[in-house]
Ligand binder design. Structure first.
Ligand code: ADP
Ligand code: ZN
Ligand code: ZN
Length: 804
């Protein structure tokens, strides 16, 4: 008797465990852990993951599993264990933890087909399968099940002769091309040529072509090249020697890029020093986490590349994570240029089918290196030798939906399993990581100077209060305006940067820069348009908007924020001759528009690039000599305890955009709070000082890395239900945790209402609470059971990055 333990695709508390199913005789040899299967569940048939195959069970009345969905496991043993760990540590449903590891093509409704692998001939397959692949086409999975041949298919798939493909059903019809493939081997072709009548010259010619070219060929190309007719090809396919297939043509953003091969560069002394411990860890198979701290352009990527080379020389594999937004052709070029075909790239520009193709390359061990955004951390390698996370401070490494994982934690977990190093790289490490490096939990490696000792750009901080006093009410300071004009005359390029306005606004005095903060939490109070109220969304403190500034008595105290569109309008007025490219969510929502706009700017089609966060990265153009930050305050006063850190990181990063090449660069930072340390220190690019100062603030207010955080968010259509539920949760948490823990709430979320649902939250700050996980699970058990009944939603985010 064979029994499969299955995690079913029903994301609910009651079903968040393995269910046992009897494996029917016909599938007994086939079902393996890590495969997806169809199982009966109540009256329905649903999908699930087999996590274990065993011979006994406690369950009395076993139901039979219906059928397998895969020819080979999609998750290996390590990933199955990782899924358990992920579910446990992020308090996620197990089914989500498994699904997040797979490419989208395996999650949604796609047409599943079986086809012969490349270079495989019909004659390589057993006779009983010939009828299904005779036309060289694809066999529907459903037909395979109906005809009872799946175990046969599996045997051939295990030998690499057959493979499963997913065809994405899309409304937009993809471009398709006709291909001709040979169905028999070279030897058989030779025999067939002998057999053809002497006058079948054209047919012979075609078959000869395939002797030298045993792969598929585009039909049009074949006809043109050999000057044959369609009927010649039809004649051969009627004899089952050739077949016609159709292939989808995907849009691969990197396809037309020519990747020039480049060898390793001789390392500088500083690079030598930094790479030595990494190479040592690779060679001695030690797990260690390195924090590679070095400004942009200090040679970090070269260290990544040479470490990966060592890993490949050792017969192992490498995972490289970069933020989605940095996954530019230039970036990919560095890796493909060094390692060529050994690199798979996973990024959002690929269609679901293409992503699946890249994933298959990894699974089939056709590549050694994967470069990708967050989810590439689940690449199904089985012999990992290094994991690299570039720009490790980026918050996009945290997933904001279940499972709410941080790629850094997953990286460390996997690296422990494989006994290999993790390298975290950044010019502005997260406070958490740098603190760990200081405590020697991570090993700190530094690259103190830019390559070629190129100077950092000069940074000038402009006090916007002074501008107001001097009668300048524009959003451009006199200095910035002057420099913009200067660059226009010199035909050099400028970048103007406007922090995306947060979801909420704060109240600021335009005369003195005073911002109203919560007295207890040291974050700015959020202005609520509806009333004249300001609220703290960590602890719930409320206050009315003052009529005059408490600091300077000015009446210019009001909520603050400007959009990119408004800036563009004003630019049009003051510099009508300047050509401006605006990049924000509105102008880049269409696929590919991001790259197109950047390309236009690179090609010199505009003088000024105006944009939000998204332009902070990946800009490396020689002609940029001026960077202007229109208002450093908008990010600084987001209701988030990380706002100083984010401001520092962002300002450092945008400053790095200017003067990366021959021409020296200048940076202007406009602000109403020039004395704030994160602005001052970003101006001087002084990370060490910033770290010390910010750590004091974090300690004083019980924030990470001194304390851990967990955020519970409750939402419901009825305001009262949301509040009272949060109230109950707060009381319950208080009763279960020690008096050391700080439990805040109920307080209204910074986004108080989404989709007509009121949102309230409870924030927990703690150091060591052995009871916490159990307590949180109890809460989820309780409310996730109720969820289906009346629409109450309770979510828990351990180590949250977005506190909204
Ligand atoms: P980072 O990743 O820290 O931004 P890079 O590795 O991209 O830095 O290096 C910045 C520039 O210096 C790149 O153009 C790179 O090709 C060059 N570079 C890096 N290391 C060396 C070296 N050892 N010798 C010469 N040039 C180097
Ligand atoms: Zn004031
Ligand atoms: Zn507060």
């Amino acid at each position: 008797m064979k029994i499969a333990s299955v995690i079913v695709d029903v994301p609910a508390k009651q079903t968040d465990k393995a269910f046992d199913y009897l494996v029917p005789k016909q599938w007994e040899d086939m079902i393996q852990p890590g495969m997806r299967v169809i199982v009966p569940f109540g009256p329905r048939k649903i999908q699930g993951f087999v996590i274990e195959v065993k011979s006994t069970t406690e369950v009395k009345k076993l139901r039979e599993l219906v059928e397998p969905m895969d020819l080979e496991p999609v998750l290996n043993d390590e990933l199955i264990k990782l899924g358990d760990w992920l579910a446990e540590n992020t308090l996620s449903f197990k089914i989500f933890a498994f699904q997040v590891m797979l490419p989208a093509a395996l999650k949604a409704k796609y047409e599943k087909k079986v086809k012969m692998a490349e270079g495989v001939y019909l004659s390589d397959l057993p006779l009983n399968l010939h009828p299904y692949f005779k036309n060289g086409g694809m066999l529907d999975w459903d037909d395979a099940i109906k005809n009872g041949i799946v175990p046969h298919l599996q045997r051939e798939a295990a030998k690499g002769l057959l493979e499963v493909v997913y065809l994405v059903k899309e409304r937009v019809k993809k471009k398709q091309m006709k291909y001709i493939i040979p169905l028999v081997s070279k030897e058989d072709l030779l025999v067939e040529i002998q057999r053809l009548p002497a006058n079948a010259q054209k047919q012979k010619q075609v078959l000869e072509y395939f002797i030298n070219h045993p792969h598929e060929v585009e039909m049009r190309k074949l006809i043109a090249e050999l000057n044959v007719s369609l009927s010649t090809i039809k004649a051969l396919s009627n004899k089952n020697l050739l077949a016609e297939t159709v292939k989808e043509i995907y849009r691969d953003p990197f396809k037309d890029h020519h990747f020039e091969r480049r060898g390793p560069l001789p390392l500088t002394k500083a690079q030598e020093k930094a790479i030595t411990p990494i190479l040592h860890a690779i060679q001695t198979r030690e797990h260690e986490v390195f924090l590679l701290y070095g400004v942009t352009g200090s040679g970090k990527t070269e260290i990544y590349l040479q470490s990966i080379q060592e890993v490949i020389n050792n017969g192992k594999e490498a995972i490289v994570l970069v933020p989605e937004i940095s996954l530019t052709p230039q970036m990919v070029n560095r890796f493909k240029g060094r390692f060529g075909e050994m690199v798979a790239v996973l990024h959002s520009g690929l269609s679901a089918g293409e992503k699946y193709d890249e994933w298959r390359k990894i699974q089939r061990k056709e590549v050694k290196v994967v470069v990708g955004a967050r989810s590439a951390i689940f690449a199904p390698f089985e012999n990992i030798g290094i994991i690299i996370i570039d720009e490790e401070h980026e918050t996009s490494y945290k997933q904001e939906e279940m499972p709410r994982y941080h790629a850094r934690d997953v990286a460390i977990k996997r690296a422990q399993t494989y006994n290999c190093p993790v390298v975290l790289g950044s010019a502005t490490p997260s406070l958490e990581s740098f603190a760990r490096a200081k405590k020697k939990v991570y090993q700190l490696l530094s690259l103190p100077v830019r390559m070629n000792n190129k100077a950092l750009p000069t940074v000038e901080i402009v006090d916007m209060r002074e501008e107001l006093r001097a009668g300048n009410r524009s959003m451009f300071s006199r200095k910035l305006f002057e420099l913009l004009k200067d660059r226009l005359e010199k035909k050099q390029q400028s970048v103007l940067f406007l922090n995306k306005r947060g979801h909420s606004s704060f109240v600021m005095c335009r005369d003195c820069g005073y911002v109203v903060n919560c007295p207890k939490c040291d974050i700015s109070l959020t202005y609520h348009r509806a009333g004249v109220q300001m609220k703290c969304h960590y602890c719930g403190y409320e206050s009315v908007v003052p009529r005059a500034c408490p600091e300077c008595n000015s009446e210019y105290i009001r909520f603050f924020g400007t959009g990119t569109q408004k800036v563009e309008e004003e630019l049009g007025k003051i510099l009508p001759e300047a050509k401006v490219i605006r990049m924000d969510v509105d102008t880049t929502s269409r696929k590919g528009s991001h790259e197109r706009l950047l390309k236009e700017f690179q090609d010199g089609k505009a003088d000024i690039l105006l944009g939000t966060q998204m332009i902070a990265k990946g800009l490396d153009f020689p002609n940029i000599t001026l960077v202007g930050v229109l208002s450093a305050d908008t990010m600084l006063h987001l209701p988030d305890f990380r706002s100083s850190e984010k401001t520092f990181q962002l300002l450092t990063q945008v400053s790095g955009r200017a003067g990366r090449h021959q021409l020296p660069g200048e940076v202007i930072i406009q602000t109403y709070t020039p004395e704030h340390y994160s602005i001052q220190l970003a101006g001087r690019q002084d990370y060490t000082q910033f770290f010390q100062q910010e750590m004091m603030v974090r300690r004083a207010h019980h924030y990470p890395p001194y304390y851990f955080l967990t955020l519970i968010t409750v939402s419901h259509e009825q305001l009262l239900t949301a509040v009272s539920t949060t109230e109950k949760i707060v009381k319950y948490v208080r009763s279960k945790l020690s008096s050391e823990a700080v439990i805040l709430g109920p307080s209204v979320s910074p986004i108080a209402k989404i989709n007509n649902r009121y949102r309230y939250q409870c924030l927990i700050k703690y150091k060591r609470e052995p009871n916490l996980t159990k307590t949180l699970k109890m809460i989820l058990d309780q409310y996730q059971k109720e969820a289906s009944k009346d629409g109450l939603l309770v979510s828990v985010d351990v180590n949250p990055f977005i506190l909204m």
